[in-house]
Design a protein around this ligand. Structure first.
Ligand code: SF4
Ligand code: SF4
Length: 308
């Protein structure tokens, strides 16, 4: 464990780092350089994800002095869909279901365990900031060759959260962006990616070919996404599941409630009643935005391609 990560250890479930608000300018410069040097994808969906995000003090909170960035342990989940006397086991990566922790609960944790006193103001920053780079520059995480953020003890099985704070912390964690030591003699993720997104010579992956970019949103899959590339109910675990840095944390995988035959059948046929949306929202813990009909349509398409 590095010196920085000893400082960011909070407990089994959370790790955090605090950075001075002054570093946001540098983060934005880093990002602008990547963009201008052509290292970022010009894929429209990708650009829509980053649109409106800027490393800057928000207008709503000019007194902000620090950013608290947290990794919350969130296991991989499995869920069985039953249909025609068979059982289809699918994967739900951490970002796509609700762990049950609310932003308010995380704020309470920050007040009690990080700041140590109530009264200071916190504002949720996830809608303003690109979190992965922030987490890596804060020393909370490191990049894998697959460009995903790894945190000690959690691998990639986590969710990231950031908060602006008007508290001035005595510790300002700030480091150069680093790749995990484990990556230096390893190409497992590169060899496992079904879309050829990861290359040895380029640090930034070819996000425009990545399955994740297409199965999170509605619409038809582009032809260059091979049917065999699909492996999760949303997102993609092909470059994370075989990674040596994830093997311990994968043992914590949880199972969501089975989706019974009648429900699976209705999903595949696209028949959504209010009751079914509610049941799926509960069983799949808000998967991808359930119980909304738009999320149901994405679920139907993704499940169909996995089952077929
Ligand atoms: S599979 Fe190997 S190269 Fe890829 S992120 Fe994991 S350790 Fe690094
Ligand atoms: S998420 Fe899937 S498609 Fe994207 S880089 Fe990783 S293995 Fe490749």
């Amino acid at each position: 464990m590095t010196e920085v990560n000893e400082r960011v250890l909070l407990d089994e479930e959370f790790r955090y780092a605090t950075v001075s608000i002054e570093h946001l300018e540098e983060l934005q410069r880093d990002f602008d350089d990547l963009y201008e040097e052509g290292h970022l994808s010009d894929n429209k969906t990708f650009l829509s994800y980053i649109e409106g995000k800027r490393y800057a003090v928000p207008d709503s909170f000019p007194e902000a002095k620090s950013v608290v960035v947290l990794a919350v342990r969130t296991p991989l989940a499995l869920v069985n869909f039953r249909a025609d006397g068979k059982q289809y086991e699918t994967i739900v990566p951490p970002q796509y279901y609700s762990s049950g922790r609310t932003v308010e609960q995380i704020m309470n944790t920050i007040h009690q365990k990080i700041i140590g006193e109530p009264g200071s103001r916190l504002e949720y920053a996830n809608q303003h900031l690109l979190l992965k780079r922030l987490a890596v520059r804060s020393g909370l995480g490191r990049y894998g060759r697959n460009n995903i953020c790894y945190v000690d003890g959690m691998g990639t099985l986590l969710t990231l959260h950031a908060f602006f704070s008007d508290h001035e912390f005595s510790t300002d964690n700030w480091v150069e962006a680093r790749m995990m030591d484990e990556c230096h003699n390893c190409t497992i993720c590169m060899d496992s990616c079904p879309q050829g997104c990861i290359s040895e010579d380029k640090f930034v992956i070819d996000v425009g070919r990545c399955v994740t970019l297409y199965n999170e949103i509605g619409g038809e899959f582009p032809e260059f996404i091979h049917p065999d590339s699909h492996n999760a109910l949303m997102g993609c675990m092909k470059c994370q599941a075989p990674c040596p840095a994830n093997q311990d944390v994968l043992k914590r995988t949880i199972r969501l409630e089975d989706v019974i035959s009648e429900e699976t059948q209705a999903i595949l046929e696209g028949n959504h009643t209010e009751e079914l949306l509610g049941t799926l929202g509960r069983k799949l813990r808000g998967f991808g935005g359930l119980p909304s009909p738009e999320a149901f349509a994405v679920l139907r398409r993704n499940l169909s391609v996995l089952i077929s």
